[in-house]
Design a protein around this ligand. Structure first.
Ligand SMILES: C[S@@+](CC[C@H](N)C(=O)[O-])C[C@H]1O[C@@H](n2cnc3c(N)ncnc32)[C@H](O)[C@@H]1O
Length: 358
């Protein structure tokens, strides 16, 4: 399925990843025999589609089209000028297609093979094992944008909302919010060093560094919220947290199991481990009537609703649930219903922490 030019949705829609294994050692990869004769882009796509189909590689045609287009300097095969589709590739280009196709035969996700992917109109650098942004997450971003447009925080004291993203990965959510909300500022946190570095690099590439603070932080560590106090109370918290039920991890597609960081996916027994930590820290960080937007599993609206009822001390209400483009309940809007928690003396903000170096 292709939506908006660049998407390999079925490839990514499976749940998945196997703990501890990394599929990017190619020791077992046997290079295919070089193709005889000079082939055109169209012929190469047909050739590699057939090879991928035979080897059971998902999204065979889309994969070969993206690889050939990439080698020819285009984002999609459809956007290639007709002449480039029919003229022969150079020996170097043929070799490069062959090398990248070899990675695909090893089930490497196309996004990692290409080294970049689009999200909300932004081209982001992708690198294993940092989580590849999924198309449904665009629905979360769009919901936040709608709410900001309707709410008073769009015209706050400093001109726009202050947003905390928990688990920024490649920076997809934070950077697309920043690019579409020119007055906004974002605090992006992640426990993964590779994710922190990639968000930093993507922010730099997109010239959005001046409105983002990128902070290495594990939200499960006690008192972690205290590190965020210096930036002031937030208008919004947004997160696409790890939410896969632990028992589902083994069923994830090989592309996910072998290449993406399990820490980005595994949400524990009921997928709630990180979700509950985010909710528990929210009252310390959110402004009165501030909002939390979460992407979750379809089983979570009910689980999160019950959990919030059992934690009335947090003064958080599940106010709306939204479906993804497959009609599954996947996004939650949770709002503060009480005043902000008092700040314990030992947690009072100190001097403004330094920005993470670029
Ligand atoms: C599903 S990925 C989402 C990445 C990105 N926001 C996106 O939508 O493409 C979840 C992210 O949460 C991060 N994460 C997992 N556990 C965390 C924790 N305890 N504290 C902070 N970040 C965490 C992972 O490293 C990963 O980058």
């Amino acid at each position: 399925m292709e939506i908006g030019g660049r998407m390999l949705w079925p490839l990514l829609s499976g749940l998945g990843r196997r703990k501890g294994t990394r599929g990017w050692a190619f020791s077992s990869w046997q290079p295919c025999r070089p193709l005889a004769g000079l082939l055109s882009a169209t012929e190469l796509v047909s050739h590699w589609t057939a090879v991928f189909e035979k080897r059971g590689i998902p999204e065979a045609q889309a994969s070969s089209e993206y690889i050939v287009a990439h080698v020819l300097g285009a984002k999609t095969f459809q956007s290639l000028r007709p002449v480039l589709r029919t003229q022969s590739l150079t020996p170097w280009q043929l070799q490069y297609v062959q090398k990248l196709s070899g990675y695909r035969l090893q089930r490497m996700p196309v996004q990692y093979i290409l080294g970049e992917w689009d999200f909300q109109g932004l081209t982001l650098k992708m690198a294993p094992p940092v989580f590849i942004p999924r198309p449904e997450t665009e629905g979360l971003v769009e919901w936040v944008l709608e709410e900001v447009a309707q709410s008073s925080c769009a015209a706050g004291a400093q001109g726009g909302p202050l947003i905390l993203e928990v688990g920024c990965g490649s920076g997809a959510i934070s950077l697309s919010l920043l690019s579409q909300l020119p007055q906004s500022r974002v605090i992006a946190v992640d426990k993964g060093e590779a994710a922190i570095c990639l968000t930093q690099e993507n922010a730099q590439r997109l010239r959005l560094l001046d409105r983002i603070q990128i902070i290495p932080l594990d939200v499960t560590l006690e008192g972690s919220w205290a590190h965020l106090l210096p930036w002031g109370p937030m208008d919004l918290i947004v997160s696409n947290p790890p939410y896969v039920f632990h028992q589902d991890m083994e069923q994830l597609a090989p592309e996910i199991r072998s290449y993406e960081d399990p820490v980005a996916l595994d949400g524990g027994k009921e997928g709630m481990d990180i979700i509950t930590h985010i909710l528990a820290l929210a009252p310390w960080l959110l402004k009165d009537s501030g909002s939390i937007f979460l992407e979750v599993d379809p089983r979570h609206p009910e689980l999160v609703g019950s959990w919030l009822q059992s934690r009335s001390d947090l003064s958080l209400d599940l106010v709306a649930v939204r479906q993804d483009f497959c009609g599954r309940p996947r996004f939650l809007h949770i709002q503060r219903s009480g005043p902000q928690h008092g700040c314990p003396v030992e947690a009072r903000p100190g001097p403004q922490p330094a920005r993470v170096p670029g």
